[in-house]
Ligand binder design. Structure first.
Ligand SMILES: Nc1ncnc2c1ncn2[C@@H]1O[C@H](COP(=O)(O)OP(=O)(O)O)[C@@H](O)[C@H]1O
Ligand SMILES: CC(C)(COP(=O)(O)O)[C@@H](O)C(=O)O
Length: 278
């Protein structure tokens, strides 16, 4: 007998970013811009005397969720359902952390505010090198521009109605990239000067960053070229081996290279979907 909760947190595709190091995990993060998407991570959690974790992609690697439970000193049974591949630039670690902290807060009635949940998730994300700016972005919805590091760094959110299509050829180790001084130097040099005021400007910034960042895997060159030829705005999913592209015409272009996935811009951040006493 006890309480059980189901939560959802959206994923986030970074178009471009720049690492900022502060004196703590909370003041460390990134500046940049990206889109919060309607696919993400659902977490179902119930009180239990022993920890049991099941991840929908069959992964046995459950350290991220264990980290959440141990930081709160609670034991629970947890089911994690991931809508998109982990490690492929869809911010699944931030979504998993936000959904898991929200679920634990609901199950164990911890009284955490949304800012407490975001701070806890950002702490894990930064201290383990699984991301820098995704948590801040995914605390709400929209196309998000971040001008300060940390969970309060969002300056603007706007909500384009356009559909997005994405294609993924696999992962890139976020940890290895964001802890490489050399890679971060090139990324910083590639950071666009102009803050985007529209979806079109965001896509222009993202593509110019991608081309200068030194992070573009060669497999993506023909995909980006095909999008350009068809007049479809597209860029690389930071940090993953994939492309995201705007508008209905993107589907047919991306189809030549694999199985495209349809995305919309999320209107909200983490939510509690269900709360029960069992
Ligand atoms: N939603 C999740 N649920 C459980 N573990 C996760 C989740 N997301 C990430 N992880 C763990 O964290 C590691 C690093 O993930 P990361 O590359 O940062 O993912 P992403 O790029 O999707 O945010 C993964 O190898 C996996 O062990
Ligand atoms: C680009 C990235 C550093 C990593 O993103 P992901 O691989 O999706 O965790 C992101 O957190 C950001 O700061 O913009």
């Amino acid at each position: 007998m006890g309480r059980s909760c189901i939560t959802f947190a959206p994923g986030h595709i970074s178009g471009y970013f720049k690492r900022i190091d502060g004196i703590s995990a909370q003041t460390t993060g990134s500046l940049g811009a990206g889109i919060v998407i309607d696919k993400g991570v659902t977490v179902e959690m119930r009180e239990a005397s022993e920890i049991r974790i099941e991840i929908s992609d069959g992964s046995m690697d459950d350290w991220l969720i264990r980290e959440v439970l141990s930081s709160l000193d609670v034991t629970a049974e947890v089911r994690v359902m991931v809508d998109l591949p982990i490690g492929a630039g869809f911010g699944m670690s931030a979504a998993g952390l936000l959904a898991a902290y929200s679920a634990a807060n609901c199950v164990f009635q911890l009284g955490m505010t949304p800012a407490d949940i975001a701070a806890a998730a950002h702490e894990v994300e930064v201290s383990h090198g699984t991301g820098l700016g995704d948590v801040a972005a995914a605390t709400g919805g929209g196309l998000v521009v971040r001008t300060h590091p940390g969970i309060s760094g969002v300056t603007s959110r706007f909500y384009p109605d356009e559909v997005f299509w994405t294609i993924s050829f696999g992962g890139i180790s976020t940890h290895d990239v964001i802890t490489s001084h050399e890679k971060m130097q090139q990324v910083t040099a590639a950071f666009p000067e102009r803050e985007p005021a529209s979806l079109a400007e965001f896509m222009e910034n993202s593509l110019s960053f991608t081309e200068k960042s030194g992070l573009l895997p060669p497999d993506l060159l023909p995909v980006l070229a095909a999008c350009k030829a068809a007049g479809v705005p597209a860029s690389m999913t930071m940090l993953g081996n994939g492309v995201f592209a705007v508008g209905p015409a993107a589907e047919n272009v991306l189809k030549q290279f694999g199985e495209p996935i349809l995305l919309h811009v999320s209107r909200s951040g983490p939510v509690i979907l269900e709360e029960n006493y069992v």
